[in-house]
Design a protein around this ligand. Structure first.
Ligand code: UDP
Length: 240
């Protein structure tokens, strides 16, 4: 796609969204039969699968920790998930994203309940349109809950940024590529605790506050979609 002259025209983004509007979101809990827990998510044109295995015995054994379970995360992009074929296998980007996803999820888990064990989280991006790390976190949180792993809270994530001098939420590829700022945020919504905050570009202090507030409101909406997906499978939440 060539760079358009403007990314926001008459207050509307290229896909017709308002600046504060999320892309359509769809979540299915338990999308895979063989995993202990799983979820499929679509956030706009992103399509991502998360699979959870464990808690199970750690291999290699010497990586086991005597007092808590190790959370292991692997984020990968399918070769066909992006416009230019992605070379299979880990690269700097996927290693970094796997690390920040682990750090975003870890505070929600009671890892001390499972000494010597490992919990494996696999995130596979099938189709990418910017915001795959946040979509991956949203799917992984549902997959962890689907695996029956006790959690303090879910983790919900979305990116915010600045495009044509406007603060926007849930950037698509064109906005990620040609916008000036991209800030992925993850939080535990009930605890209002931020577990991931990265920034590519610049915000003034005032813009940062507005963007973070917008991200937190977006996470609340995503949290509701995550809960709905789990309810559809388990009817959690009693008569709510
Ligand atoms: N992307 C791509 N090829 C790559 C890596 C990324 O086309 O090898 C695209 C993909 O659409 C991705 C977007 O660039 O979602 C933004 O990537 P970024 O590293 O900002 O991470 P994300 O926003 O997906 O978390």
């Amino acid at each position: 796609m060539e760079k358009p002259e403007q990314l926001i025209v008459d207050g509307k983004r290229l896909d017709g969204r308002a600046p504060e509007e999320l892309r359509p979101i769809k979540i299915v809990a338990g999308a895979l039969g063989r995993a202990d827990g799983s979820a499929y998510i679509e956030m706009g044109n992103n399509k991502v699968i998360a699979a959870v295995y464990g808690p199970r015995e750690m291999h290699p054994r010497h990586e086991a920790q005597p007092d808590f379970a190790v959370l292991r995360c692997r984020y990968t992009m399918a070769p066909f998930s992006v416009e230019e074929r992605k070379r299979p296998g880990p690269d700097r980007r996927s290693i970094e994203i796997s690390k920040v996803i682990r750090e975003a999820l870890q505070p929600a888990l009671f890892l001390e309940l499972y000494p010597r064990a490992v919990i494996d989280v696999f995130i596979e991006v099938l189709q990418a349109d910017a915001g795959t790390r946040t979509a991956g976190i949203n799917a992984a949180a549902v997959a962890l809950a689907d695996a029956g792993i006790p959690m303090r809270d879910l983790v919900s994530a979305v990116a915010v940024g600045k495009v044509d001098n406007t603060i926007v939420i849930d950037l698509m590829k064109a906005e990620d590529q040609w916008g000036t700022t991209d800030m992925p945020v993850a939080m535990m919504p009930r605890k209002k605790a931020i577990t991931l905050l990265q920034m590519d570009g610049h915000f003034t202090e005032e813009e940062f506050k507005r963007a973070l507030d917008l991200a937190m409101r977006g996470c609340e909406q995503i949290y509701e979609a995550q809960r709905r997906a789990l309810k559809e499978k388990y009817a959690v939440g009693g008569t709510e």
